[in-house]
Design a binder for this molecule. Sequence first.
Ligand code: SF4
Length: 470
Amino acid sequence: MCGVFGIHGHDEAANIGYLGMHALQHRGQESAGLVAVEDGKLRRHVAMSLVSDAFDRESLATLPGRTAIGHVRYSTAGSSDLRNAQPFVFEYSGGQVSIAHNGNLVNANEIRAELEAQGSIFQTSSDTEVIVHLMAKAKNLTSPADVLGRLMFALSRVRGAYSLVLLTSDDKMIGVRDPNGFRPLTIGRLKDAFVLSSETSAFDLIEAEFIREVEPGEIVVIEKNGMTSHKLGFDQGAQSPSFCVFEHVYFARPDSLMNGKSVYRAREKMGMALAAEHPVEADVVIAVPDSGVPAAIGYSRASGIPFEMGLIRSHYVGRTFIEPQESIRHFGVRLKLSPVRSIVDGKRVVVVDDSLVRGTTSRKIVKMLRGAGAREVHMRISAPPTTHPCFYGIDTPNRSELVAASHTVEEIGRYVTSDTIAYLSHDGMMSAVAGSTSGNGYCSACFTGNYPVALGSENLVQLRANRAAR
Ligand code: SF4
C-alpha cells in the first residue's frame, strides 16, 4: 500500500513529482517523499504527512534537477516512522542511488538475518533496505556503477511483490516490476519526458500520455538517450503473472487503468454480477462511498432499483482501512460517514460495499441507516469474503481479525445486524475483472488462500498461529 512516481527529463521535475504524488495519495498517507538529481548529486525531502503538508515552495526549491522520483507510504512492512519514509538514498562505490518501493518482500527477514550475520548494519526496519544491501554486495559487475547489474543481483535473491522506481546520481531512472507483477507500474510521456507511476490517474493530472505498463519481470532504464527494456531473467513462482485483484476491488482509483482495464468499469461489472447473484426486493440502492460507488451503480443498473447517495463521506478524514491504529479506525466511521435521512427514511435499502474485513464498519453503517429510518437494510459486498491475509503489500489484517476467516456469511450478517447479507462469488469477481472465471493472471489469495509465490517462514508462522487461534 504505497505509491511510486518518477519523471525523467523535465525542467519542473520536483513540481511534477509533487503533483503526481497527489494523484497517488490514496495509496499511502503516512509519509511522502521526493528525491531529485542535479550535477551528480541526489537531494531528498521526506516528511511524515500527506503530500500537501510534506512540501511547500521552499522544500520543492531544495530539489533542483530534471529528474525526480517520489513515494507515498503506508507501512505494511516496517514501522511507521520517518526513518522508513521513502525514497531511500544510499551510496555505494559507483555513486548514489535512490529507491522507492511498492509491495512486500516475503523473504526479507530471512535475508536480513543473513546479511546482519555477515556484518551489514540496517538503518531502517523496512523490507526495501534488503534490496539496498544486496545491491551494495553485488558481484560480477561490469563496473562499480553498473546499477542494472546490481539490481539484477539483488532481485534474484528476493521474493514477493515489488514495483520499484530508482534514480541514480548519473541520471538514470529505472522502473521494475516483479516477475508476478503483483503491483502496478505504468509508463507515460509528458512531451519529451518519461514518467513512471503506480497508477495512470497521475498521468491524467499532469496531462501525460499513457504509453504502456511495465511488464511483469521487466526492468526499464530511462536515460538521456531514451528508454531500454531488460528482463529479470528468473521466475519466482508457479503462477506468473499474478496481478493483485484487490487493486480492482478496492485499492486503486476508479479513474485508473489497471492491467489494461478500467477500474471503474470492473467495479461497475462487479456490482452488476452481484445483483444477478443476490437479488433482493428493495426501494433504493446506496453505496458506502467512495470506493463502493461504481459497484452500487452497477447493482442499481442490473436490478432496476434506483441509486441514490444515501451515505455522505467527509473528505477531511482519511480512509478508515488504511489508518493504522485500531483506536482511530474505530472512531473514524462516525467521523466520516453520515446517512441522508431523506433518502433512506422508511425505505428498504440495499447498501453496497466493496469489502468487509473486520465487520465493525459495516455494523456501524447498518446501525446508522436504521437510526436514519431505514425499514430494511440489505448488505451486499462486491467481492468474495476476505478469508486470508495478504503478504504481498496490502494491509489486510491477520487472519484472526478477518471476520470471514472464522464465521459463516449468516454469522457475519447477524453480527452486522443487517436483514440480509451476500457476497459476490469468486467467479463473479474474476469475470468482472478479467472477463473469465479462470482467475489466470491474477492473485486472489486473500479470498482463496492460494498464494502464488511461496511465503516466507515468518508468514507461515503467522498463518499457523492464526489457524490455531480460530
Ligand atoms: S493476497 Fe489479495 S491483496 Fe494480496 S496481492 Fe493477492 S489479491 Fe492482492
